[in-house]
Design a protein around this ligand. Sequence first.
Ligand SMILES: [Zn+2]
Ligand SMILES: [Zn+2]
Ligand SMILES: [Zn+2]
Ligand SMILES: [Zn+2]
Length: 677
Amino acid sequence: MLGVIDCDECDGLGFRVRRCVCVQGGDQLIVDGDRCADQAYADCRVCGGDGSVVEPCGRCGRAGRRRAQLVVTVVNLDTGAAASRRLLPGRLEPPAGPDSITRARDIVTALAATVGVRALRPSWGQCALDDPVYWLPQQWRADLPTRERLVLEAEALAQQEYVPWRVYVGRGTEAPPPPEPGRELARLCELADLLHLDLVVEARRQHDMAVWAIRYELPGGPVPLDPRAHARDLPSAVAATTFREALRGFDERGRAAPAHTVRPVRAAGVTPRVDLDRLGRAVLADLADDEPGAQAVWRDGRWWHTPLRPAGTVEKLHERDTGQIVRYVRQLVRRAVEPPDPAWWGEPVAHRPCPDCRPGTRLRRCHCRIGAPGPDPQCSRCSGAGFAPSGLACFTCRDGGRIPAALTVTVTDLRRVRHETWRPVAGESAPVVGYQPNGTPVHQLRPHWRLARHAAIFGVRPADLSRLDEERPVDQDLLHGTVTVHDPVVEPARQHVERVGAGLPGARLFVLAAAPDVPPLTDLLRLAHALDLAAVLTYCDHRLDSGDPTKVQGERWDLRLTARDAPLGAESPFCASVELALARCVEYLDSHLLAAVPREPERPVPAPQAAPSPPVADPTALLRQVGRHYAGQPVLVSFDRAGCRLWLAEGDHVQPLARATTLDAAVSALRLPGWEH
Ligand SMILES: [Zn+2]
Ligand SMILES: [Zn+2]
Ligand SMILES: [Zn+2]
Ligand SMILES: [Zn+2]
């Protein structure tokens, strides 16, 4: 059978012998990162000096066999129609182009036409139209003997088997035109003014060309060591940089930036579009004298230009599993000219050094001090010193080394903004509102410390407040101003500021006050139906714990797509709104799809076909009512082509509650007391 072949990475054995990583550095303790010695390290902790290790084959998951089968599916989200093409040896078309690669576009175009898709929506899943689907080798020719040809085709398919099922989601309408790069950059500048950040446009010399990057920074921070830069010119850098992308890594870049409070200033205003040609030329002009890079910094409503200059080197040491220390030497750069201090800088924020790490070393607070008044003299890691070497960032300050005395909270919906300084005042009242299980008191700070109040100001729910630079919801203590007071000597408000502020770039907390931009839940249900999967929605109503600061408040949701016969788990959902659960489901769509493909290579990859289906009703209101009845316990509802099933989580198990064609019918069958229908 040619749908499955022996794994070529392990010759069908399920394990393989490979060279140990220690051979790169050779037989010495400290090795250069870019060395390639091909000699084993005698004291290697991994191979014992042998130079080879036996390991399970990751490619075939120890099965020794690999699937030579791929499926491409296109779904029309507007109608629920789906079409799939199963690619098997003997059923491949010769590649259209000269490079012997068949790309997704070649297959998707035909499928899209059969289901009426006019444009794909790329935010659904990671599959792109330019992805290679299979790659026929040079020896492949249409006139080869059948057996020989099929073997080559099977190998080509098995090569791509790590994404066995590629699903493309589209709609019957045209996609909106891509935004104009000059306007996009102007929008990024406008947001820099709104949030009081720098927008940095940077070109770095890489071999004989310039690579471009666009990112947000805090004023006064060092130039980052490894900017993520791929774009060959400014317009492609703009096209590749969304607002989120420009913020990525902000937290780490800003760790050494000076902390200042924010002063109210009005920015001069941004022109509706930036002249990319002019800006690009100005940056390249600064690169002219063989400089390693150049920047244009958008600050206080205008561009400031500077070349980057070499600023010495820095040595980075890493420990390998082999026991060796790897040394990398990196080139530092600095701005030749610093732009003037930003107009919005208020006073500097005082700070104290972090008590839980030693700057410049790998010493961190030892585990024996957690929850104890002092170090344990018998501790095997620190022998009572209280500090032990660690490979992780400092838990308290995330390696910033500073604990600020105040912080600036910036809340925005990306149109409006509010900047506040949070500074503890001695003697502030903060009553005890609960206790942790170990008896530690939990205090609640006065209302101006509670982030949740901003929700009403921006017209959203508290669950819609999220960390702007980290894309995760704001935690419950921040929302409600609750503080677990470990050290009774330190006042609760100060403890709160220090806990939140330590490790924040420039002692600034950025909060997005906006509901997630997600498709309706009914789109996901329709997708599951089209793909012949189950959509499993989990809900838990936590009203019985209302007011207890140590317990989850409000409601929690989860949504996932699974194979129809997949067993259901009883895990507690953790998304604070159905929209957050939706956003997560769309973000992790690829892993849900991968999990829905049978693991055994002999079993086929799903290849769903679906005719248009009628829209389904939104189940959230009904599920909330069931969840209210079973408050404190997760209720699950799964929708698939066979209908709808309801479960109740009890401990580690799920108990079936009802089964019907619709959720409405399933809920009626429950005959909940007081149920009105
Ligand atoms: Zn080794
Ligand atoms: Zn293998
Ligand atoms: Zn210790
Ligand atoms: Zn620290």
